[in-house]
Design a binder for this molecule. Structure first.
Ligand code: GAR
Length: 219
């Protein structure tokens, strides 16, 4: 089986990276994590890559004079590794429209909210503040407006009256770890494609389960 050569871009602890690495170890998983790129030399997630024997590259935004130079360096490492798909996993740099367009429909992101609600930062505190009853996470194709783009998979969790931003974040993070590998598999196999800025799932072996996760599900 041919596996899609995938790069994961991180800035921090890399728990979503760890989930993707674990999924990619399974026989039959359609993507290979061929490269992990961090814009921070001290990102904890680099340890997950090393532990899995995956190549890493540091492209430090502070060592480049401006975004065009930073993104040119990023593009160079992706091309050198013959990367076909890019996963943003807690990658905290805003990418230019030119870079995003270059990877159009070949770059996906995980965001800790049910988009289009709560784009941006501090999503869990804002969800509690807004009083929503259901919160969650989204994996989507990347577009140049931050935290927008065709939605591939979402996962939802209840917001409990006892929740703090941290307890809610932990529950959402567990969902991220389940939906991101699923979304990457859908894209890598070509099952998820973009038509008129919406994701269409071709073969749906898992039915509705493939595109949404209510967690915890029925007992
Ligand atoms: C994750 O919760 C991810 O959804 C979020 O950063 C965290 C990274 O954690 N990303 C964003 O907020 C992007 N808009 P991780 O490094 O443990 O995967």
């Amino acid at each position: 089986m041919r596996r899609t050569r995938t790069a994961v871009l991180i800035s921090g602890r890399g728990s979503n990276l760890a989930a993707l690495l674990a999924a990619a170890r399974e026989p039959g998983y359609p993507a290979e994590i061929a490269l992990v790129v961090s814009n921070r030399p001290d990102a904890g997630g680099l340890g997950h890559a090393a532990g899995a024997g995956v190549a890493t590259a540091i492209v430090d935004h502070r060592s480049h004079a401006g975004k065009p130079a930073f993104e040119a360096a990023l593009q160079a490492v992706l091309e050198a590794a013959r990367i076909e798909l890019v996963c943003l996993a807690g990658f905290m740099r805003l990418l230019s429209e030119a870079f995003v367009e270059r990877w159009r429909d070949r770059m996906i992101n995980v965001h800790p909210s049910l988009l289009p609600s709560f784009r941006g930062l501090d999503t869990h505190a804002r969800a509690i503040e807004a009083g929503v009853r259901i919160h969650g996470a989204t994996v989507h194709f990347v577009r140049s407006d931050v935290d927008t783009g065709p939605i591939i998979v979402q996962g939802a969790v209840p917001v409990l009256s006892s929740d703090t931003a941290d307890s809610l974040a932990a529950r959402v993070l567990a969902v991220e770890h389940r939906i991101y590998p699923r979304a990457l598999a859908l894209v890598a196999t070509g099952a998820a494609t973009v038509v008129a800025e919406k994701v269409v799932l071709g073969a749906e072996p898992e039915g509705a389960e493939a595109r949404c996760l209510i967690w915890p599900g029925p007992a």
